[in-house]
Design a binder for this molecule. Structure first.
Ligand code: ATP
Length: 270
């Protein structure tokens, strides 16, 4: 079960340069996660504890997973990802066991960055329903908090969680010593979209008529993930038309296609 539920990447390839439009968030992640791993003596000399856990929150597809991978890359740490939904298990104690496995694997592989995506799946505010499933989810969350409380002795393990539903979170996980550093990762503004377009077209054979500045202006509401699929789609339009160069028309066609898909609710929430 361990192998299925976790994604382990010894050396993730994502770098900070691959992430566009969230420079301030990169800076905060460096400070909260990278510095404690690369210069622990700094915190010791100053006499402060680094943040225990970092919570990245914001809409889907804005680069939260990329940030966690980039920091692992930068610190030569093993990246260990677990989806919160995987921690919601049928059998009693199974979720808690996965949490223990997660932390013991991280301790074996340190330095390590643990990334728990969709943390809301196990850390939502208590609902009214007193179903047993709910109690089991509570137990899993308690196990997670226990592991984090015993953190200091764990050395080079940092934990990052992410959610698209910040408002749903149980405040217990945000207390000092737990996820006590909150970093909002929003959708990109025009300049950010421009940078993300640049990143995702850097290997593409783009025609001279393509004006990324102008195009970025048209992509209000697009996330980084939307822009990534848009550039792929634009390339597909060129291929379909037997061209090896991607033109402005292809980008426009891709934008319209994605906007339509959005209306039909095929693409994620905007
Ligand atoms: P979710 O909340 O859905 O898990 P996320 O915020 O973790 O999403 P990522 O998984 O990091 O989003 O991004 C998905 C893909 O979208 C990336 O692999 C990348 O191609 C693209 N992408 C997203 N955000 C950015 C960004 N800021 N810069 C460049 N590419 C991005």
């Amino acid at each position: 079960a361990r192998a299925q539920a976790m994604e382990v990447d010894e050396s993730p390839e994502v770098t900070y340069d691959d992430i566009g439009g969230i420079d301030e968030q990169i800076r905060e992640v460096k400070e909260a996660v990278e510095d404690p791993l690369s210069s622990p003596e700094l915190f010791e000399e100053v006499g402060v504890d680094p943040p225990s856990g970092v919570l990245l929150y914001g809409p889907p597809g804005t680069g939260k997973t990329m940030l966690a991978k980039a920091v692992a890359n930068q610190t030569d740490a093993t990246f260990i990802k677990m989806a919160g939904s995987e921690l919601v298990q049928k059998f009693i104690g199974e979720g808690a066991r996965l949490v223990r496995d997660l932390f013991s694997l991280a301790a074996e592989r340190e330095p390590a960055v643990i990334f728990i995506d969709e943390i809301d799946a196990v850390a939502s505010k208590r609902t009214d329903s007193k179903t047993s499933g709910d109690a089991e989810v509570q137990r899993t969350m308690m196990q997670l908090l226990n592991e984090m409380d015993g953190f200091e002795e764990r050395g080079d393990v940092r934990i990052i969680a992410a959610t698209n539903r910040f408002d749903m979170l149980d405040e217990a996980i945000l207390r000092p010593g737990r996820f006590d550093r909150l970093i909002e990762v929003p959708k990109p503004n025009e300049e950010g979209r421009r940078r993300i377009l640049e990143i995702h077209t850097s290997r593409m054979n783009v025609a001279d008529d393509v004006d990324l500045d102008e195009f970025a202006d048209e992509l209000d509401g697009f996330s980084g993930a939307d822009i990534a699929s848009l550039t792929t789609e634009a390339g597909m339009f060129a291929i379909r038309d037997d061209r090896t160069e991607v033109k402005m028309d292809d980008f426009e066609a891709a934008r319209e296609k994605l906007a339509e898909a959005e209306e039909d609710d095929i693409v994620g929430e905007f």
